[in-house]
Design a protein around this ligand. Structure first.
Ligand code: IPM
Ligand code: MN
Length: 360
């Protein structure tokens, strides 16, 4: 089979980690007989520099004409002072919206080899955890009305949290369907004690939940969830939440796994075309130094195979190779124990190790 993959390396460490994922996909293609056709496009800060726009039309058209999209990361201090609508992040939000990617799956799972890197107490880390965060991605405060205005001579800024029933229903369904394939539990996270959007969220999730009597549904307030995630992450299976709460909680969940450099994500909509990216950012401080951890991006490529191309066996193969390399003791600096810091390997070498493990 031939698959057209649009690549958006972006800024900072983006090009280095995308390079690792491409090598892994090429190798998997060779083993299983698939032909991945890659085309690179500009988005983010590099696109602003080259074209004046964070998301050039050519990039959007290229993504729409592809079977799937892989993105590295966008943003950096160079573009931090630009006005909101021409910031690099606008590219990411634009792609999510224009490609209709309303669900973001962010699995946070402890790698057995990295229980020691987990920041939690040993007994909690050893209990293990495997959480799937289902984040709403094209609504809420990220896309509500915002602006500045004058209020009796005082400058005021506002952002609006807004959800309609359809937006909540479709992401809730994804959560319930995912739970059915896992441990059968959904925790819906909101702030229903304060926010009206959360009350509609809660009502709607419960109504959809009635269609899934085999799935256990619990509600949790977001402040409590932030606490429970570090107190006992093993209590969660599928978590479903709004765009902003999902953004915040997924960073927290990632750090609990050991490093944000390990967590992959899949952004999905109504078609099989998804966008796959690590949950971390462009890490400008280490860009170009070969220090980035390519694992989150390589695992995102595995998610692409599974969710967009229905190549579950190939995806498993990549995930096993990553696990193997970690069990063999290879570490990039973000996951290296302090007393072994000198032994950390770089982005390129980590990619090489994973390629070798795939070959076996
Ligand atoms: C993420 C990022 C983005 C978000 C930023 C870069 C706009 O933090 O993918 O989690 O907030 O969604
Ligand atoms: Mn984030």
């Amino acid at each position: 089979m031939e698959y057209k993959v649009a690549l958006i390396p972006g800024d900072g460490i983006g090009p280095e980690i995308i390079d690792g994922a491409v090598k892994v996909l090429e190798k998997i293609g060779g083993i299983y007989g698939h032909d991945f056709r890659f085309t690179s496009y500009l988005a983010g800060g590099c696109a602003i520099d080259a074209t004046g726009k964070p998301l050039p039309e050519e990039t959007l058209e290229g993504c729409l004409a592809s079977d799937s999209v892989m993105l590295g990361a966008v943003g950096g201090p160079k573009w931090d002072t630009l006005p909101g609508d021409i910031r690099p992040e606008k590219a990411l939000l634009g792609l999510r919206k224009e490609l209709g990617l309303y669900t973001n799956l962010r699995p946070a799972k402890i790698q057995p080899a990295l229980a020691d890197a987990c920041v939690l107490r040993k007994d909690i880390a050893e209990r293990g955890f495997d959480i799937l965060i289902v984040r709403e991605l094209t609504g809420g405060i990220y896309f509500g009305e915002r602006g500045r205005r004058d209020k009796n001579g005082v400058e005021e800024a506002y952002d609006t949290e807004k959800y309609d029933v359809n937006e909540i229903e479709r992401v809730a369904r994804v959560a319930f369907e995912s739970a059915r394939k896992r441990r059968g539990k959904v925790t819906s996270i909101d702030k229903a004690n304060v926010l009206e959007t959360s009350r509609l969220w809660r009502e709607t999730v419960h109504r959809i939940g009635e269609e899934y009597p085999d799935v256990e549904l619990a509600d949790m307030l977001v402040d409590n969830a932030a606490m429970q995630l570090v107190r006992d992450p093993s209590a969660f299976d599928v978590v479903v939440t709004s765009n902003m709460f999902g953004d915040i909680l997924s960073d927290e969940a990632s750090q609990v796994t050991g490093s944000i450099g390990l967590l992959a994500s899949a952004s999905l909509g109504a078609t099989t075309r998804g966008m796959y990216e690590p949950i971390h950012g462009s890490a400008p401080d280490i860009a170009g130094t070969d220090k980035a951890n390519p694992i989150a991006t390589i695992l995102s490529a595995a998610m692409m195979l599974r969710y967009s191309f229905d190549l579950g066996e190939e995806a498993d193969c990549i995930e096993r190779a990553v696990e193997k390399v970690l069990l063999d003791g290879w570490r990039t600096s973000d996951i290296c124990e302090a007393d072994r810091a000198g032994e950390a390997i770089g982005c390129r070498e980590m990619t090489e190790k994973i390629l070798e493990a795939l070959g076996r």
